[in-house]
Design a protein around this ligand. Structure first.
Ligand code: BGC
Length: 321
């Protein structure tokens, strides 16, 4: 059987990676977007019908988000003494997910790099000044379906000027369920980065103990999602928060596990320090591995600065069993 098939998808292309363990993953060159993950005959993520929907719908479904995923306060930050303005693309309130035309809305070049344990490399160039960011940034995202049914996403980048870089994937995991409320989630985080009314981190860490954010003991996503008595839930109306996976040394860590009523399980490992849980869509939840939101303006957070000429490398693994 062919392990990688390439088919037209509107004016984009769709790469379908058939893993040796049964996991199948389809990615399109528009946005380097995950349009399908099938496991045990069930859809693991939410999908739109066609390219037109991917281009027009809100929500960044399955997309590779950047140059800076999540929010930057007032769209402004200072790097090496220079102030940059990347604009407030989200209702004029703040900068979100890389701007008006982020990596999610760009066409990527694709190249098959492994036919055996199927892997495809997606590359893009973000020009110096594009969306207001400094530095011509060469980005490479490699998606591989490993034999143990792990979708491994490897991010690499290099810039000719010092810049910020915070890539993520914005898939909405359904794990084959129509509603995520009964999916049991376990997040290996003692704290979140609480936000203000503008959804910008205050800069503090908030311990999850005794709050709706305590997923250290597994619990259903739906259990406390409507508990608006907690101020952080009242601000967002749902889980839309960055969980602190670590705050110090960069290393691969076990970030979260989700178990569907069917028994299908998803485990997320990452070397990124944060995990944004977005559960605003009841049909699918996001596990966005990332630097903490507004890191460019928060020196106390792990740094998202990518120095000129230095190589950025990061990995996130989503394993299904
Ligand atoms: C953000 C949400 C936003 C969603 C879809 C998430 O990453 O945290 O606030 O609504 O993306 O755009």
């Amino acid at each position: 059987m062919q392990k990688i098939t390439v088919t037209p998808y509107g004016e984009a292309e769709k790469y379908t990676l058939q893993g040796n363990g049964g996991l199948s993953v389809s990615v399109i060159t528009y946005g380097a977007t995950l349009v399908d993950i099938t496991y045990k005959g069930k859809p693991m993520i939410l999908s739109h019908a066609d390219l037109e929907e991917y281009k027009t719908a809100d929500g960044y479904w399955g997309a590779t988000v950047g140059r800076y995923a999540n929010r930057i306060e007032k769209g402004k930050f200072t790097l090496e003494g220079v102030e940059y303005d990347v604009g407030c693309n989200e209702a004029g309130r703040y900068h979100l997910h890389g701007g008006v035309v982020g990596t999610d809305k760009k066409m990527w070049a694709a190249k098959i790099v492994d036919e055996n344990e199927p892997a495809v490399e997606f590359t893009n160039i973000l020009e110096d000044g594009e969306e207001g960011y400094p530095g011509r940034l060469e980005v490479k995202v490699t998606m591989r379906v490993c034999d143990d049914n792990t979708l491994s996403i490897n991010y690499e980048a290099v810039s000719d000027k010092t810049t910020v870089f915070n890539p993520t994937n914005h898939a909405y995991f359904s794990l084959g369920e129509e509603n995520t409320k009964d999916i049991v989630l376990n997040i290996f985080a003692d704290a979140i980065t609480p936000v203000d009314e503008m959804l910008i981190p205050t800069g503090e860490l908030m311990n999850v103990g005794g709050t709706p954010f305590d997923f250290r003991t597994p619990k259903k996503i739906g259990q406390d999602i409507a508990d608006l008595s907690h101020p952080q839930m009242a601000i967002c109306g749902t889980y839309d928060h960055n969980f602190v996976i670590f705050n110090t040394r960069r290393a691969m860590r076990f970030a979260a596990r989700a178990v569907a009523p069917s028994g299908i399980t998803l485990e997320c490992h990452t070397d990124m320090p944060g995990l944004q849980i977005y559960a605003g869509n009841p049909a699918g939840f996001c596990l966005e591995t990332q630097f903490y939101p507004d890191s460019p303006n928060k020196p106390q957070f792990p740094s998202c600065t990518l120095k000129a000429g230095e190589k950025f490398q990061s990995a996130t693994h989503y394993k299904f069993f």
